[in-house]
Design a protein around this ligand. Structure first.
Ligand SMILES: [Zn+2]
Length: 208
């Protein structure tokens, strides 16, 4: 028996984006840990002109799904692009873990995100700098590339780790042929699989 066998990860579809004529899914991930229920990224809950113009999204907000919002103890934002933080307001008062660099950039750089979604009323960030053990067997690991302040969640399984990667790779090809520091760092963990925000299935390394 290993101590981490009871950690489970569940993807939840929260939106579809139209990217160059193709529907690109947006997933968030729930990690059930013996000590807490963690939500990784929050999707979007409303249409905003900037997002409509860019992506013509269809939304399936967590608040309109059969989803127990109150059952979430901790939120992690991999990064603060609009399609990853638009539901943060649903978790006002709960700790939302993000890298300090990411929050600084989201608040200061133009056209980075929808800032009123980042700083919605009641949203409370817990700032992390570098690697951080969130719970036993669960750690936040910086993975710069897609954004400079990007982080992933690494889940120990007793065997090879599982990674909840957000946009560390937007499509599988970016892990098949990694370029960014974050992609190389994730592969260096020798993961069993990597969940991504914009793919229906987890990425798995090709058999050697
Ligand atoms: Zn992104």
């Amino acid at each position: 028996m290993n101590a981490y066998a009871s950690i489970t990860i569940t993807p939840i579809l929260v939106a579809d984006l139209n990217v160059e004529g193709e529907r690109m899914p947006v997933y968030v991930h729930v990690i059930n840990h013996p000590d807490a229920r963690i939500l990784v990224d929050t999707g979007m809950t409303e249409l905003h002109p900037a997002v409509v113009a860019a992506f013509d999204p269809r939304l399936y907000p967590l608040s309109k799904q059969d989803f127990d919002l109150a059952g979430i103890d901790i939120v992690v934002n991999t990064h603060l692009h609009a399609d990853h933080c638009g539901g943060n307001h649903l978790f006002a008062g709960k700790p939302i873990y993000v890298q300090r660099r990411e929050l600084d950039d989201a608040r200061s750089e133009d056209d980075y995100t929808i800032r009123e979604w980042v700083d919605a009323p009641g949203v409370r960030y817990v700032l992390v700098e570098g690697e951080f053990e969130l719970l036993p067997g669960l750690r936040l690991v910086p993975a710069p590339g897609h954004t400079a302040g990007m982080q992933v969640v690494v889940v120990e399984t007793g065997g090879r780790p599982v990674v909840v990667g957000g946009d560390v790779a937007v499509w599988f090809g970016e892990l098949d042929e990694p370029h960014s520091e974050g992609q190389l760092g994730v592969l260096a963990l020798d993961p069993e699989l990597v969940w991504l925000a914009h793919e229906h299935e987890p990425w798995r390394p090709r058999a050697a």
